[in-house]
Design a protein around this ligand. Structure first.
Ligand SMILES: [Zn+2]
Length: 248
């Protein structure tokens, strides 16, 4: 059994992968999570975590106050949470060129090119920290980033605003759509997936029509909202399985 863990700014989700099937272990508060306290037997673990990795080293964690205890003697794969979501998105859509955006406490981005996760020098895909305007200070230390306009921390009561539809009239949402359109023009993905506790609740048809306004017809990809709070955890488990082949 492979454990899949998603450590986000607020919540930590855990699943168990047996063969191709997933079982939800639970959701914990990130500040209280401790891998040693999970009373489950596992052979390997994949961990998606909201931090920036460069050549395996953590170089930033804008939306994580403290990294929980995640040491283990078992084989382990650690990866940025949005990259795990992109990996999962490629698997469930069957597409080889995928742009994936997570919106939760912050904004994460994952890119799959030709069926492989694209990392650049480690940090590729940080649309949330692209400058889009304004002077608001970002959690990363910069200012005017996309995340300052549209994210769980930037818009109060964003979940309620999604439920009653008012979020779609905000300037933040328009800026978000414009930014995604820019990334689409750069990468020409077959599908753009949205996930996370906020992104996974956005309306697929509104996203499609708003983003498509900024894209020439020939470039318009599929848009898919992945309504699964455990998608990152599942992607982390899949990544561990595929990365650690024959090592456990
Ligand atoms: Zn930033």
């Amino acid at each position: 059994m492979i454990l899949g863990i998603d450590i986000g700014g607020t919540n930590t989700d855990v699943v168990a992968m047996k063969g191709d099937n997933f079982e939800v272990i639970g959701t914990f508060k990130t500040k209280e999570f401790d891998l040693r306290k999970l009373k489950v037997e596992y052979e390997a673990v994949g961990i998606g975590i909201a931090v920036w990795f460069k050549r395996g080293i953590i170089v930033g964690a804008p939306n994580l106050e403290k990294i929980p205890f995640i040491e283990t003697e078992k084989p382990r794969v650690l990866e940025n949470d949005a990259k795990c979501f992109a990996y999962y998105s490629a698997k469930i859509t069957g597409k080889k060129n995928v742009l994936s955006i997570t919106v939760g406490t912050g904004i994460g981005t994952g890119i799959v090119i030709g069926g492989s996760l694209y990392k650049g020098d480690g940090l590729a895909g940080e649309l949330g920290h692209v400058f889009v305007g304004g002077r608001r200070r970002c959690k990363c230390g910069g200012f005017g980033h996309l995340e300052c306009h549209f994210s769980g921390w930037a818009i109060s009561d964003i979940r309620e605003k999604i439920e009653n539809g008012t979020v779609y009239n905000t300037r933040g949402f328009k800026i978000f759509c414009r930014s995604v359109a820019t990334a689409v023009m750069l990468l020409n993905p077959e599908v753009v997936t949205f996930g996370g506790r906020i992104g996974g609740r956005l309306d697929e048809s509104v996203l499609c029509s708003e983003i498509s306004k900024f894209i020439p017809d020939a470039f318009i990809p599929e848009f898919k909202v992945v309504k699964d709070d455990f998608a990152v955890a599942k992607g982390a488990a899949m990544l561990a399985r595929d990365t650690l082949q024959n090592k456990f």
